[in-house]
Ligand binder design. Sequence first.
Ligand code: ADP
Length: 243
Amino acid sequence: MTVLLEVRSFSKGFGGVRAVQGCSFAVEEGSVTALIGPNGSGKTTVFNMITGYLGADAGSVRFAGTEYRKPDPALLYRRGLTRTFQQARIFGSLSVRENLVAAAGHRWTGLLGPRAARADRARADELLEDFGLAAKADVKAADLSYGQRKLCEFAAVLMANPRLVLLDEPTAGVNPVMIETMERHVRARNAQGVTFLVVEHDMPLVMRLCDPVIVLDRGRTIATGTPAEIQTDARVLDAYLGD
Ligand code: ADP
């Protein structure tokens, strides 16, 4: 098995709050790995540091064999590490198709420009078909439902042909049908070789979709294991039920 992403001794403080303290873990290529933990345990901060949206006080990240002390979101994106956000970040004034085309990140210059543009549009349409959003291709993204916005963002991050996708609460606030849809898309892309690291509060979903499960508490990794192992781990139960 190959480690695709390694978080090495991440630490981050906000004023007096030690949000993340010496957090380390690895994500195997081909896995759907969960990152769970009680509210305030540091999951979002870790996501933000991996992707370079937030500078770490200490630690580094290793992705696909390269170590990054100051990860840069745009560079990592080009190298195959993409993410979604709790509140989907899409351009409301652009159409759904334009959002996907923009996410491909190409600058259409030179003689090959028109051909590249056509290729991006074709790929966008293929993804929209696959995500059941074909009928919405020309609709402004702002006019999508909350769940559809999340789907649109998911489809958009796939435009870059990522190796690793970080999903930040993909099913938060969406209806049960959309939860199943999200799950189906994660499984389908994973079967095609895309690795996922998922922050998710829906524990039944985590337990059936993810393996392994990494548990954070107070900014540290306190357990890593299969869903079955995690559910019976005394430290994990303590973290969720303690205090
Ligand atoms: P989680 O995603 O697991 O709920 P977070 O990473 O959001 O946890 O937060 C970890 C800790 O860091 C919490 O105590 C939170 O209040 C604090 N924190 C996160 N972001 C900030 C910030 N920008 N400023 C101050 N404190 C923050």
